[in-house]
Ligand binder design. Structure first.
Ligand code: AMP
Ligand code: ZN
Length: 465
C-alpha cells in the first residue's frame, strides 16, 4: 500500500527540521508514546508530555486521518540513574513495604484517572512491560543472532553500541565523544565490552522479585528494549511518529533506535517528536525542591483539571514552560468565562464564518502545533461583536475537537471559586445592610477578579467581564 502525507507538520528531533507526518501504510498513523513508570503518581510535567500525544492524535483525527496510538506502562526494568542496580519499582516496593505489582497496578489506575480528568482520548493499547517479556526475549535473541548483542561476563546481555553505525543520530551524542561514567549506565563494570554498551537483559543475581526465566538464565529486561519490542510488535514493524519528553532523547530513544533498526534492518521510526520540559515556579520539579505538583493538588484547590490543559496550550510544546499557581488560576478563570460565552447559542449561525475561523485555527495547529496562535484567534472570536453567540458557539464546539477544553459546557455559577463566592456574598450583605462604601469596595474587588455585578430590583446579579 502506498503512503500518504498528512497535513500535520511536526519538528523531527533527528533530522532537525519540520516535516509532514507520513502514513506509511496508507491506512493509519502509527504512533508510539513512551508511557509512565508506575512507581509514583504522574506529575504535571509528565502530564504535559502525555497531553502532547493527545493533541497530536486529536489534530490528525480532526483532519480525517486514522491513528493507532500505543503507550507502554513501564512496571519493571527502569533503573534509577543515580543509584546503581536500583529498580525504581522495587525501591518503591521496599519503601511502601508492598508487593511491587500491587504498587504498579495502583499507580497505573491513577494514571488512567488523571488522563480521563484531562479529557485525554484513550490510546489503542497500554501494554505492560511485565506482560511482554516474551517479546523482549525474542527481540534480544534476534539481536544476538544478528551480531548486535552479546552475553557479558556477568551473564547479562548487552547491546554492542559499536555495531550500530549511526548511533547518536537523534541526540548528537556520538560514541567517540561519550565518556565512560557519563551516567551510571555507562560505568565500565568489566562485564561489557565497551563502556557505551547497555544491558538488554540483566542477570537476576541476588534479586528475587520481578524476575523471569530466559535463555540466559533468570533475570529481567532493560528499560530501552521494552519500547523497541512493543513498538515493533504492536505497530507491525514501523512507527510513523514517536513521542516522548525531551529527557528521553538520550539515552532512551537513542538506544531504542539502535535496537529497533538493528533488529529490523530499516529506519523504524519516521519522526521523533519531543516535548520540552515543564518547570514549576521557575524550578525543575523534584521531591527535594518540594515542588512536585500533581493533578489532584489542583483539584483540591477547586481548579478545573482542564485549566491545566489550557495552560499547556498557551505555550508551544517545544518551549520550556514555567507553570505557576497564578497561571493555573488565571486559566481556570478564563475557562469559566469562555464557557459562559460559548454556551450561549442564541441568534443565527453564520456557517461561512464558522468554517473560516475553524480552518484558520486548525491551520495554526497543523503547523507544528502552534496552539498559542490558535488561542489568540479564539480570543478574537470571543470578543468579536459582529459574530452572533450561535456562530461563536459553533466555532468553539468544532475547534474543541482538537483542543479538548469543553468550551461549550454549561457551567453552573456555583462553579466559581470559593473566594469569589465569598466576595459576592459579602457584597450582597453589604447592600442589605446599606453599607454602600463597603459594597462599592467589594464591587471593585470583584471587577479585578473578572466579575461584573449589577443591582437589579430582584437583587444582585453577576457576569464574567
Ligand atoms: P516517567 O514516568 O518518569 O518515565 O516519565 C514519563 C514521561 O514524562 C516521559 O516522556 C518523560 O520524558 C516525561 N517527563 C518527565 N518529566 C517531565 C517534565 N518535567 N516536563 C515534561 N515532561 C516530563
Ligand atoms: Zn520509551
Amino acid at each position: 500500500m502506498s503512503g500518504v502525507k498528512t497535513g500535520l507538520q511536526l519538528y523531527d528531533t533527528k533530522n532537525k527540521e519540520t516535516k509532514a507526518v507520513f502514513i506509511s501504510n496508507g491506512a493509519e498513523v502509527r504512533i508510539y508514546c513512551c508511557g509512565p513508570t508506575v512507581y509514583r503518581d504522574a506529575h504535571v510535567g509528565n502530564l504535559r508530555t502525555f497531553l502532547l500525544a493527545d493533541l497530536v492524535t486529536r489534530t490528525l483525527n480532526f483532519s480525517g486521518y486514522r491513528t493507532k496510538l500505543i503507550q507502554n506502562i513501564t512496571d519493571v526494568g527502569h533503573m534509577n540513574e543515580d543509584v546503581p542496580d536500583e529498580d525504581k519499582m522495587l525501591a518503591q516496593s521496599s519503601k511502601e513495604n508492598r508487593d511491587p505489582f500491587e504498587i504498579a497496578r495502583d499507580y497505573e489506575r491513577k494514571f488512567h484517572q488523571d488522563l480521563a480528568l484531562l479529557g485525554v482520548k484513550p490510546a489503542d493499547g497500554y501494554p505492560r512491560a511485565s506482560e511482554t517479556i516474551d517479546l523482549m526475549i525474542a527481540l534480544i535473541s534476534k539481536l544476538i543472532e544478528n551480531g548486535n548483542a552479546y552475553v557479558g561476563t556477568d551473564a547479562s546481555v548487552y547491546f554492542s553500541a559499536q555495531t550500530f553505525e549511526s548511533y547518536g543520530a537523534i541526540s548528537g551524542n556520538r560514541l567517540d565523544a561519550l565518556k565512560p561514567g557519563h551516567r551510571f549506565e555507562y560505568t565500565d563494570d568489566g562485564a561489557k565490552r565497551f563502556h557505551a554498551d547497555w544491558a538488554l537483559w540483566k542477570n537476576a543475581g541476588s534479586r528475587t522479585q520481578m524476575v523471569w526465566e530466559s535463555p540466559w538464565g533468570a533475570g529481567f529486561p532493560g528499560w530501552h528494549i521494552e519500547c523497541s519490542a512493543m513498538s515493533l510488535k504492536l505497530l507491525s514493524g514501523h512507527v510513523d511518529l514517536h513521542i516522548g519528553g525531551i529527557d528521553l532523547r538520550f539515552p532512551h530513544h537513542e538506544n531504542e533506535r539502535a535496537q529497533s533498526n538493528a533488529a529490523d534492518g530499516s529506519e523504524v521510526v519516521d519522526l521523533w517528536l519531543h516535548g520540552e520540559h515543564l518547570l514549576f515556579e521557575g524550578r525543575k520539579m523534584s521531591k527535594s525542591a518540594g515542588n512536585v505538583v500533581l493533578l489532584k493538588d489542583l483539584i483540591a484547590k477547586g481548579i478545573d483539571p482542564l485549566a491545566l490543559r489550557l495552560c499547556f496550550l498557551e505555550n508551544r510544546y517545544r518551549s520550556q514552560m514555567d507553570l505557576t499557581w497564578d497561571s493555573i488560576k488565571t486559566a481556570d478563570g478564563t475557562l469559566a468565562k469562555w464557557r459562559e460565552r460559548f454556551s450561549d447559542k442564541s441568534g443565527e449561525i453564520d456557517l461561512e464564518q464558522v468554517a473560516t475561523n475553524v480552518a484558520q485555527m486548525a491551520l495554526d495547529i497543523n503547523l507544528d502545533l502552534d496552539t498559542p496562535r490558535a488561542l489568540q484567534k479564539l480570543r478574537k472570536v470571543e470578543k468579536d461583536s459582529t459574530l452572533s453567540p450561535a456562530t461563536k458557539h459553533a466555532i468553539a464546539l468544532k475547534i474543541d475537537e482538537i483542543i479538548g477544553l469543553e468550551l461549550t459546557k454549561v457551567m453552573s455559577k456555583k462553579a466559581v471559586d470559593s473566594n469569589i463566592q465569598e466576595l459576592l456574598l459579602a457584597r450582597a450583605n453589604a447592600r442589605t445592610n446599606k453599607d454602600f462604601k463597603l459594597s462599592d469596595e467589594l464591587r471593585d474587588k470583584l471587577q479585578s477578579a473578572g466579575i461584573e455585578v449589577k443591582d437589579t430590583p430582584s437583587g444582585q446579579e453577576w457576569n464574567w467581564l
